[in-house]
Every structure is written in C-alpha cells, then in structure tokens.
Design a protein around this ligand. Structure first.
Ligand code: HEC
Ligand code: HEC
Length: 112
C-alpha cells in the first residue's frame, strides 16, 4: 500500500474497528480513542512510525511477568484481542514465538 492508501485504510477500517474493541474493554478510558492512542502525540504532526515511543515500554522477560502481575486484564486484552485483530486487519499472522515472525506486541510498543 502507498502512504495515502495506508492513511485511508487506517481511518476507514483500523480506527473504527479498534476503537470498538478498546471501548468494549474500557469505555471510560477510551471514550475518545483516536490515532494518538496508538501512535502517540506525534500523530498530531503526521508521524505514524511504529513502534510508538509514547506507548508504555514493555519488558518481555519471563513471559511479560512484571506486566502480568501489575495489569492482568490489560495483558489478556492485548494478547487475546488486540494482537489477533490488528494482525488480521494488517493481513499478517499473529506473532509466533517459535518462528519469531508475525505481528505482535513490538509492532506497537517499544522494548524496555
Ligand atoms: C489500534 C492501534 C492503531 C490506531 C488506533 C491507529 N493506528 Fe495507524 N498503525 C498502527 C500500527 C500497528 C501500524 C503499523 C502496522 C505495520 O506493522 O505495518 C500503523 C501504521 C500506520 C501508518 C503507516 C506508517 C508507516 O510507517 O508506513 C499510517 C500512515 C497510520 N498508521 C495512520 C493512522 C491514522 C491516521 C490513524 C487514525 C485515524 C491511525 N493510524 C490509528 C496502529 C494503529
Ligand atoms: C495495535 C497496537 C498494540 C499492540 C499490538 C499491543 N498493544 Fe499493548 N497497548 C496499546 C495501547 C494503545 C495501549 C494503551 C495506552 C493507554 O491506555 O494509554 C496499550 C497498553 C498496554 C499495557 C498497559 C501498560 C501500562 O503500563 O499502562 C500493557 C501491559 C500492554 N499494552 C501489553 C501488551 C502486550 C504484552 C502486547 C502483545 C501481546 C501488546 N500490548 C500489544 C497498543 C498495542
């Protein structure tokens, strides 16, 4: 896809679908979900490079143990809802730890 087509796809397909899922998980927090929710503040200046340094950096050690202890519900939402649906929307497979291939956490988040 060319840059213009990607923008269009994000606006018309990705944004509405992901907003629906985030709002289902947390209606208050994501009441006004927008491009910056994923892309960070730079989205307002037209910067959409991923992963987004503004999202919380993740520590993957021991199967994300620190994050699982702190935010178990968010972890379940991210791995069972966000990754599979976003992968589907991007026409990619969800991340497979066996092969190291596919769309996963570190296509959005940076590593701690
Ligand atoms: C749910 C999270 C999410 C939301 C919301 C979102 N995006 Fe994205 N966007 C992504 C991801 C993830 C990628 C990178 C996909 C990949 O790995 O190829 C991306 C890629 C892009 C790209 C291509 C960037 C590049 O370097 O080629 C553009 C442009 C873009 N998004 C624009 C937008 C716009 C405009 C909005 C709001 C209408 C938006 N995005 C909302 C997650 C999101
Ligand atoms: C499509 C982009 C995207 C993908 C893929 C993604 N996340 Fe997220 N993640 C987000 C967004 C957006 C937030 C919420 C930001 C907010 O609420 O301000 C978030 C929040 C989190 C948080 C909460 C952090 C905190 O301190 O508040 C954790 C933990 C997390 N994600 C873990 C993961 C894990 C683990 C994966 C892979 C299984 C993953 N994420 C995949 C976009 C993504």
């Amino acid at each position: 896809m060319k840059q213009g087509e990607r923008l269009d796809y994000m606006k018309k397909v990705v944004m509405p679908r992901m907003a629906e899922l985030f709002q289902e998980a947390n209606p208050t927090r994501y009441a006004d979900m927008n491009c910056a929710t994923c892309h960070g503040a730079g989205a307002r200046q037209g910067h959409f490079r991923m992963p987004a340094p503004d999202l919380p950096a993740l520590d993957p050690s021991d199967g994300f143990a620190a994050h699982r202890a702190e935010l178990p519900e968010v972890m379940t939402f991210m791995s069972e809802v966000v990754v599979p649906e976003m992968a589907r929307l991007m026409g990619e497979r969800p991340y497979d730890p066996e092969t190291g291939q596919g769309f996963g956490c570190f296509d959005c988040h940076v590593k701690k």
